[in-house]
Write a protein that binds this ligand. Structure first.
Ligand code: HEM
Length: 234
């Protein structure tokens, strides 16, 4: 992992260097412009920012779509409910569905490390100044004290203050983009692949290792192609 991170940082460093000579209308150029204005981002900080945007913005959304699709495939009544709504153009259910899929099996299981700036008691546990605190977002999102029937997937769940995007000052920067991507992907799959179904037994599914991110290695599905199947319409 260390080697891969260093290579990625090297790549982004070179990219930023190259872009510096030909600024355009893209995100990295925007970061460089910001760093050129004195006290804002240094080149190193711009590389770090590009890195986190890429990682935080890609892996997360991919896994929300994968985990969300799996949750739907394993809850056929909810899948049918969402497909009917999508076909009928009911955007409201799509909105609550994406939030529920985030709560039910979101891609980010843990928040990043926090360190107590002063002593406190949290959920009955004593935390001293400087102690690390790791919040398990996935557990909070199944908290029976907060959610009615927490282990049930209810795409229309109205009272759903989940922590899938974190909380407070570090609340996810990309939440609106992630919501849009998940809505678009799920609605498109349900519309275009009416009989999509799991192609393996759930027990055969393999999850990627890692502490923070929860996602599948692959999600094998079967479906009947439209028409004669020779020219899929995408
Ligand atoms: C389903 C998709 C996503 C999920 C579940 C998700 C989840 C989260 C969570 C839980 C945090 C807070 C971490 C903490 O407090 O320790 C966070 C922060 C962040 N996310 Fe996302 N994220 C998603 C998509 C995105 C996208 C698409 C982008 C960018 C395009 C993005 C960029 C960021 C950034 C930059 C932060 C750090 C914000 C800060 O520290 O102030 N995320 N995300």
């Amino acid at each position: 992992m260390g080697r891969a991170v260093r290579r990625m940082r090297g790549y982004l460093g070179e990219l930023i260097h190259r872009k510096r000579g030909e600024l355009g209308d893209d995100l990295i150029s925007g970061l460089i412009r910001a760093s050129d204005q004195g006290e804002q981002l240094s080149e190193d900080e711009a590389a770090s920012m590009a890195f986190i945007l890429l990682f935080a913005g890609f892996e997360t959304t991919v896994n929300l779509i994968g985990n969300g699709m799996l949750a739907l495939l394993r809850n056929p009544a909810e899948l049918a409910r969402l497909r009917d709504a999508v076909v009928a153009g009911d955007e409201a259910l799509l909105g609550t569905a994406v939030e529920e899929l985030l709560r039910y099996d979101g891609p980010v299981e843990l928040a990043t490390w926090r360190f107590a700036s002063e002593p406190l008691t949290l959920g009955g546990a004593r935390v001293e100044r400087g102690d690390p605190v790791l919040v398990v977002l996935a557990a909070a999102d199944r908290d029976p004290a907060r959610f009615a029937a927490p282990d049930v997937l209810d795409l229309g769940r109205a009272d759903n203050p989940h922590l899938g995007y974190g909380h407070g000052i570090h609340y996810c920067l990309g939440a609106p983009l992630a919501r849009l991507e998940a809505r678009t992907a799920l609605a498109t799959v349900l519309r275009r692949l009416p009989d999509v179904r799991l192609a393996v037994e759930p027990g055969e599914l393999r999850w990627r290792g890692g502490l923070i991110m929860r996602g599948l290695r692959t999600l094998p599905v079967a479906f009947t192609p439209e028409g004669d199947g020779s020219s899929p319409r995408w």
